[in-house]
Design a protein around this ligand. Sequence first.
Ligand SMILES: *Cc1c(COP(=O)(O)O)cnc(C)c1O
Length: 236
Amino acid sequence: MTDTMLCESLASARQRLADAAARAGRPAESVRLLAVSKTKPAERIREAWQLGQREFGENYVQEALDKQAALVDLPDIVWHFIGPLQSNKTRAVAEHFAWVHSVDREKVARRLNDQRPAGLGPLNVCLQVNVSDEATKSGVHLADLATLAQAVQALPRLRLRGLMAIPAPAEGLAAQREPLARLRQAFEELQARYPKAPLDTLSMGMSDDLEAAVLEGATLVRLGSAIFGSRDTPTR
Ligand SMILES: *Cc1c(COP(=O)(O)O)cnc(C)c1O
């Protein structure tokens, strides 16, 4: 992909997001754009940064650390970890990311809390929820969400910001909205239970279901292929 193409695809992703917000009757600024850069080289991220993009999502720890090292000169870049998180990888994530979207069990949350360096602010956390049951393995089930949220909420080095989901692929707006609506409802229940917590992030919507997610109240959408083109082979 050339720079011109990235410039165009980023502009059209931003436009798509603005159109989706307008259609949902929401201000465009109410939805943040996370650029998912997994499998893409550091140079593509640098180009996107030069085009004004600041928040990037990565799925594989080692790949992300390599790119972060190549991009240390970029001020105000914000790294989000969005991939499956094994407990033996929590230290690197606690030390090198501002956000984690994929916390789905207490053990991982405790390790992130214990390993978050004192010199950094609390790690921003979204709990990953399994809203499509059998289809995906990752994510806490809705029935267990309240217990996990309570545990995370009590950890001082974590800041519980909201919920994330990756629904099973579905065709058509109505079918796409269904699981997203469940996540939104769970999010609203959480906000009601912890009225003083900074619960402001509903992380849902990818390249194929962005419009449905914005209609259901997403505050952060995670776009990969819509910005960077189809995925390269993972470098894990
Ligand atoms: C890869 C990935 C995305 C981006 O997916 P696209 O369909 O390419 O937009 C978003 N969220 C997560 C958790 C991902 O792993």
